[in-house]
Design a protein around this ligand. Structure first.
Ligand code: ADP
Length: 492
C-alpha cells in the first residue's frame, strides 16, 4: 500500500505523463474518477473534462460485457476492502481506431494498487494498464502453429516427442504410445520406451545416433522394437538438437514413425536377392572352373578368336561373381546380421596384399604405396580388405589407363587414416554427398559405359561405420578423387 503525501502539483504532472494510469476513489460502488493520465485518455478516446468526477462504471460500460464489468467491480471492491494490490494479468478491452473508425481488439494487463488516506482506510485505487496485445497475438500464433504442426504430424501418422537432455524430462504426443503398442496417450517414461528397443540396436544404433547428434545437431536412426505382445516392429526416429544460450545441448526434439511395413518389404526383397544370389553362386563357380579348364586346353592352339572369346567370357564371369557377392553382402547388412570378426592386424600389410591382388587383375594402372610404420588396428580384416579393394577398383574404373593411383596410410590423432588418390574423372560436389547411398551412381555420358551397381561405396561406408570409423571423399570434376577412411587405432 502506498502511503504518505505528495506536493499536489508535482504529483499531478507526473501522474498525467505516466503510461496508462487512472486514479479512482475508494467509494464503493461508484468509484469516482479523480485523475487520468494522457495516455489513458488516448487509449480510451476520452477527454479529461469528460471523465473526471464521473463514476468508473458510468463511464466505461461501453464495449465491456456485463460479466467483464462485474469482474472489474469485484476487483475494485476487493482492493478497497482488503487493502491488497490486485493484478489482472490479461483482459480484452477493444479500442476505437482513428484510422478505421471501428473497435479493434486489444489486450491489457492491469494492476490495482490501493492508496490509503492518513489512516488505514483505502481512499483511492491507482489503476495502471499496459498494452500487451503484441505478446498475446504472438502467443496465439505460436499455439496455432503448434496445433497445425500437430495435426499435420497426426495426419502423417507421426508421433512427436521432445527430450530435455539436462533434466531427462520426456514429453510426447499420444501417437507415440500407439507406435510402441500401447493405447494412445498411455503414460510412458523414457526408460519404458528404451526398454522396448532391441538391446543390440540400442547399443549399436541409438547410442551412435546420439553421439552423432551431439556433433552434427541431427538425430536419425531406425531400430527394432518389441511390442507388449512380443511382436517385432520397426521405428524410425528423426530429430534435431536444440542448444541453450551457453551453447550446451538442451533438448532433442523430433518425430517417430512406424516403418514396420516398408521394412518388412525391404527384408523380403533382401531375402529374395540373397536367396537368388546364393543359388547362382554354385553354377557360376562351376562355369568359372570349366572356363579355366577350357583356357588351359585351348591356349596352345593360338586361335585368336578362341582366346579372345575365353578372355571376355572370363571377364564377364568375374563381373557376375563380384555382383553376386555384392548382393549377398548387401543382404547381410540388416541390423544384427553383419557380424564383425575382430582381430588385431597391421593395416600396411593388408593394403599391400590388396594392391597385389588388384594389380594382378588390372595391370594397366600404376599403384604406388609406401608403407610407413607398423600400424595395428582391431578390425574385421576381410571386410576392411573389401573396403580397400573397392577404393582401388573404383580408382581404376573411373580413371584413364596408365594414370597413377597413390595409396597412403598414416597415423592421425587417435586413429589411422587410409587414402586412395586417383587422377581420374573426379566427382561434382552434388554427387559427393550421395555416393555412399545404396545404388547411387553418377549419371554422365562418361560413366554410361562403365558397369557397376552403386553398392560398393554403400557397403564400404556401412563396414567403416560399424567399426566406429569415418569414410569420406575429396574431389573436383576432372581433377581426380581421393577416398578416405579412418579407423580407431588399436591400443596395445
Ligand atoms: P559402382 O562403382 O559399382 O557404381 P560404388 O558404390 O563403388 O559403385 O560407387 C558409386 C559411384 O561413385 C560410382 O558409380 C561412380 O559414379 C562414383 N565413384 C566412385 N569412385 C569414384 C572415383 N574414384 N572417381 C570418380 N567417381 C567415383
Amino acid at each position: 500500500m502506498i502511503t504518505g503525501s505528495f506536493p499536489a502539483d508535482i504529483f499531478q504532472s507526473i501522474f498525467e505523463k505516466s503510461p496508462g494510469s487512472l486514479l479512482v476513489k475508494g467509494d464503493i460502488p461508484r468509484f469516482t474518477i479523480i485523475a487520468a493520465s494522457d495516455s489513458y485518455l488516448q487509449i480510451t478516446s476520452r477527454t479529461r473534462e469528460n471523465i473526471v468526477g464521473k463514476g468508473f462504471f458510468e463511464e466505461f460500460p461501453d464495449n465491456a460485457t456485463k460479466d467483464d464489468e462485474n469482474a472489474a467491480r469485484k476487483v475494485f471492491t476487493r482492493v478497497v476492502e482488503t487493502g491488497q494490490k490486485i493484478e489482472v494479468p490479461v483482459y480484452r478491452f477493444d479500442v476505437l481506431s482513428n484510422n478505421t473508425g471501428k473497435y479493434e481488439p486489444r489486450y491489457w494487463s492491469c494492476c490495482n494498487t490501493p492508496i490509503a488516506d492518513g489512516g488505514n482506510r483505502v481512499a483511492y485505487i491507482l489503476n495502471t494498464v499496459v498494452d500487451i496485445t503484441e505478446e498475446v497475438m504472438a502467443k496465439e500464433a505460436a499455439i496455432e502453429n503448434e496445433n497445425r504442426l500437430r495435426l499435420a504430424a497426426e495426419a502423417a501418422a507421426f508421433g512427436t516427442w521432445e527430450l530435455n537432455i539436462q533434466t531427462q524430462v520426456f514429453n510426447y504426443s499420444p501417437r507415440l504410445a500407439e507406435i510402441f503398442g500401447h493405447p494412445a496417450g498411455t503414460s510412458l517414461g523414457l526408460l519404458d520406451v528404451r526398454a522396448q528397443i532391441y538391446a543390440d540396436d540400442m547399443e549399436h544404433i541409438v547410442v551412435d545416433a546420439y553421439l552423432k547428434a551431439l556433433k552434427t545437431g541431427k538425430y536419425l536412426y531406425e531400430v527394432r522394437i518389441n511390442w507388449p505382445d512380443n511382436s517385432l516392429r520397426w521405428i524410425k526416429v528423426q530429430g534435431v538438437l536444440v542448444y541453450d544460450e551457453k551453447k550446451m545441448p538442451l533438448m532433442l526434439l523430433g518425430t517417430i514413425l512406424d516403418t514396420t511395413e516398408s521394412k518388412r518389404d525391404e527384408i523380403r526383397k533382401n531375402d529374395f536377392i540373397a536367396m537368388v544370389s546364393h543359388e547362382l553362386k554354385t553354377p557360376l563357380t562351376s562355369i568359372k572352373a570349366y572356363l579355366q579348364l577350357l583356357s588351359r586346353k585351348l591356349e596352345p592352339s593360338n586361335d585368336k578368336f578362341i582366346n579372345n572369346a575365353l578372355h571376355i567370357a572370363n571377364m564377364q564371369v568375374n563381373r557376375m561373381t563380384d555382383l553376386i557377392h555384392g548382393f549377398l553382402d548387401l543382404s547381410k547388412l540388416e541390423p544384427g546380421k553383419l557380424k564383425l570378426n575382430l582381430q588385431v592386424f597391421d593395416l600396411n600389410k593388408l593394403i599391400e596384399e590388396m594392391i597385389g591382388e588388384t594389380t594382378l587383375i588390372s595391370p594397366n594402372h600404376k599403384i604406388s604405396f609406401k608403407p610407413g610404420e607398423y600400424l595395428t588396428v582391431s578390425a574385421d580384416r576381410e571386410k576392411i580388405g573389401q573396403v580397400i579393394t573397392n577404393f582401388l577398383s573404383n580408382a581404376i574404373k573411373y580413371s584413364n589407363k596408365g594414370s597413377e593411383i597413390i595409396v597412403s596410410c598414416q597415423q592421425q590423432a587417435g586413429g589411422v587414416q587410409v587414402a586412395v588418390k586417383d587422377e581420374g574423372f573426379g566427382i561434382k560436389p552434388k554427387d559427393q554427398e550421395k555416393l555412399f547411398q545404396r545404388f547411387y551412381r553418377v549419371e554422365s555420358s562418361r560413366m554410361k559405359n562403365i558397369s557397376g551397381f552403386g553398392i560398393g561405396l554403400y557397403l564400404a561406408s556401412e563396414i567403416i561405420q560399424r567399426h566406429k570409423g569415418k569414410i569420406w571423399v575429396e574431389s573436383a570434376e576432372d581433377m581426380g578423387s581421393t577416398f578416405y577412411f579412418s579407423l580407431p587405432l588399436h591400443n596395445k
